[in-house]
Design a protein around this ligand. Structure first.
Ligand SMILES: Cc1cc2nc3c(=O)[nH]c(=O)nc-3n(C[C@H](O)[C@H](O)[C@H](O)COP(=O)(O)OP(=O)(O)OC[C@H]3O[C@@H](n4cnc5c(N)ncnc54)[C@H](O)[C@@H]3O)c2cc1C
Length: 548
């Protein structure tokens, strides 16, 4: 017989202790949302707790996590693993209620192996705290998401996070060696195998977004802190030339720590943070000779950029609201701005190697028509790289919404993908993009889009419509919907179109490891479309039958 809610709370309280469980209203409201922009629209509607959890627990050890899961599994109560709550796809929204497990009290770093350059850390550790700890030992993880100050190792692993230096160090899935996971029935498993190149079960759980178990700790690779770092900015008149240049850099075998290209409008926003640099970037580096050669067209570009640069700052201000209410106009103007594209490139490592890499990249970028703007735009980017902040933009207070969409594809389809999403959203939302997370074979595009509707109900509908149209465009152009933000609640409906038959494998795995469906239900996988009874109803105990 299932326990009553009060019996369940009593059992959970006995596991974690009275100071580590809460059913208080403020806690239930706080854990009802994450950074998914749609939940901000709910708040505008006065709907502050659409999906509150029944309770929140803060375990301190893997044993406690194991006992919590076993208890909830017996009772058939949903579990939602929670790291920093910085996810932007609703991955932690408790759509079926249940128990939120906040992992932040599990934050130990158990051992740094200086010889093998690996370390082990508990999943709830804050990203910046982890990096600080490694830095004190002369090491770095090399993972720098913009949310580093408000996200955790477990959230990174669960959502396949990508940092700003991914072109050199890879995404989190490239950094992790093994994970310790608690399965739905409380069984603890560890994918650890110390030998490089050994068969690897780790990736089964990386990116599973809390739907297969709770990640409690992981072993990861570290890197020595770089002895030197060089950054430069480049200007390209045409986006297509800059994209060719990016591809050529990656395919020449260079591994820049950052390789980031802004479309014309995003170039102004990016550099608008540094007014003089923006003007300089658009002028062509401030060299009097170059400026003289550039002539009238170039000067008018510079003047225009000075006029438009404040728009970047005004993104947070009421003045932009009227523009956001008429997105086609803004998009049309931005598409015809006589503005160049800014590319930031950086290398780090031993000094001689960094200099040689930068020299090789300089040749490639020059050959593709780029103009070197010097170190300043790159250094300005580095200084401001976390300025996106972990506070929601004031745009929401003003009744507008802003969201981001990080997609990816191979180089041959990149421009098509970019144009398709722009065309789909242009009539409905203000849109700009930058290209980052470059690979030998492809690249990610990070779109920022927003709009304003006077009534929040209409804003919610408009927001949904924008995502539907953008999703269609991405899938039609052969891109992936999720490069590093995860799938969560928001993108799961596009999973069938993107992954086809592989989703059956995903569902089979889910049924086997989580037969009662308690692990973060409603996330990552779309609902199954099948007439026959589910495997869970045929075999309620596949885990036990498999000896797990
Ligand atoms: C301002 C801002 C900037 C951002 N910049 C970046 C960026 O540069 N790169 C990037 O990749 N992302 C970025 N994000 C998105 C977000 O930070 C990442 O998705 C991050 O990986 C989430 O980590 P978290 O600890 O906050 O996880 P949460 O939001 O708490 O959870 C995310 C998902 O992981 C699951 N989960 C969390 N912990 C565990 C665990 N221990 N075991 C199993 N499942 C778990 C949750 O159930 C949920 O499904 C940004 C977000 C914001 C708000």
């Amino acid at each position: 017989m299932r326990p009553s809610q009060s019996e369940l709370l009593e059992r959970l309280g006995a596991i974690v202790g009275p100071d580590a469980i809460s059913t208080r209203v403020p806690d239930r409201i706080a854990y009802a949302t994450d950074f998914w922009p749609k939940t901000q629209i709910w708040k505008q509607l006065g709907d502050i707790e659409r999906f509150p959890p029944d309770c929140v627990v803060w375990p301190r050890s893997v044993e406690e996590v194991s006992r919590i899961l076993a208890t909830c599994n017996d009772a058939g109560v949903p579990i939602v693993p929670y790291g920093g709550g910085s996810g932007v796809c609703g991955g932690t929204v408790p759509v079926h209620g249940g128990v939120v497990i906040d992992m932040k009290r599990m934050r130990a770093i158990r051992g740094v192996d200086d010889v093998s350059s690996t370390f082990e850390a508990e999943a709830g550790i804050n990203g910046q705290h982890l990096e600080d700890h490694l830095n004190a030992r002369g090491l770095s993880l090399g993972h720098f998401p913009s949310s580093i100050m408000c996200s955790t190792l477990g959230g990174w692993l669960a959502a396949r996070s990508g940092g700003q230096f991914s072109s050199r160090y890879g995404k989190i899935e490239d950094m992790v060696q093994s994970v310790e996971v608690v399965l739905a029935n409380g069984r603890v498993i560890d994918t650890r195998h110390r030998t490089p190149g050994a068969p690897d079960w780790t990736q089964l759980f990386v990116g599973s977004e809390g739907t297969l178990g709770v990640i409690t700790s992981a072993v990861l690779k570290a890197h020595p802190l770089p002895a030197s770092r060089r950054l430069r900015g480049w200007r390209f008149r045409q986006l297509k030339d800059a994209l060719r240049a990016m591809r050529a850099v990656m395919q020449a075998g260079l591994r820049p720590m950052v390789l980031r290209l802004y479309d014309p409008f995003d170039s102004l926003i990016a550099l608008g943070k540094e007014d003089d640099t923006a003007a300089e970037a658009q002028r062509g580096g401030g060299s009097p000779i170059r400026e003289a050669i550039s002539g009238v067209a170039e000067r008018s570009r510079a003047q225009l950029s000075r006029l438009v640069a404040p728009i970047g700052k005004a993104v947070k201000r009421r003045a932009l609201i009227s523009a956001l209410s008429a997105p086609p106009v803004v998009n049309r103007v931005s598409a015809h701005l006589p503005v160049s594209c800014l590319l930031i490139i950086g290398f780090e490592g031993p000094e001689a190697v960094t200099d040689a890499d930068m020299a090789a990249a300089t040749r490639v970028l020059t050959d593709h028509g780029g103009s070197d703007l010097g170190a300043r735009p790159g250094e300005a980017w580095l200084k401001k790289r976390y300025s996106v902040g972990f506070k929601q933009t004031k745009m929401f207070e003003l009744g507008a919404f802003v969201d981001t969409m990080e997609v990816a594809t191979t180089w041959d389809r990149l421009t098509t993908l970019h144009d398709a999403v722009r065309a789909a959203l242009t009539p409905h939302a203000f849109i700009m993009a930058h290209f980052s997370h470059a690979y030998r074979e492809g690249c990610s595009i990070y779109f920022t889009f927003g709009a304003h509707k006077s009534d929040p109900k209409r804003a919610e509908q408009h927001y949904e419509r924008c995502w539907e149209m953008a999703t269609d465009a991405v899938l039609g152009a052969g891109g992936t919907l999720s490069h590093h933000h995860g799938v969560g609640l928001m993108k799961r409906h596009g999973m069938t179109r993107e992954h086809g038959a592989m989703l059956r494998v995903g569902h089979a795995l889910k049924h086997t490891l989580d037969p009662r469906g308690i692990m973060n239900p409603g996330k990552l996988l779309p609902d199954e479309e099948r007439a026959e009874p589910s495997r869970a109803s045929i075999d309620p105990n596949p885990l036990e039958r498999a000896g797990l």
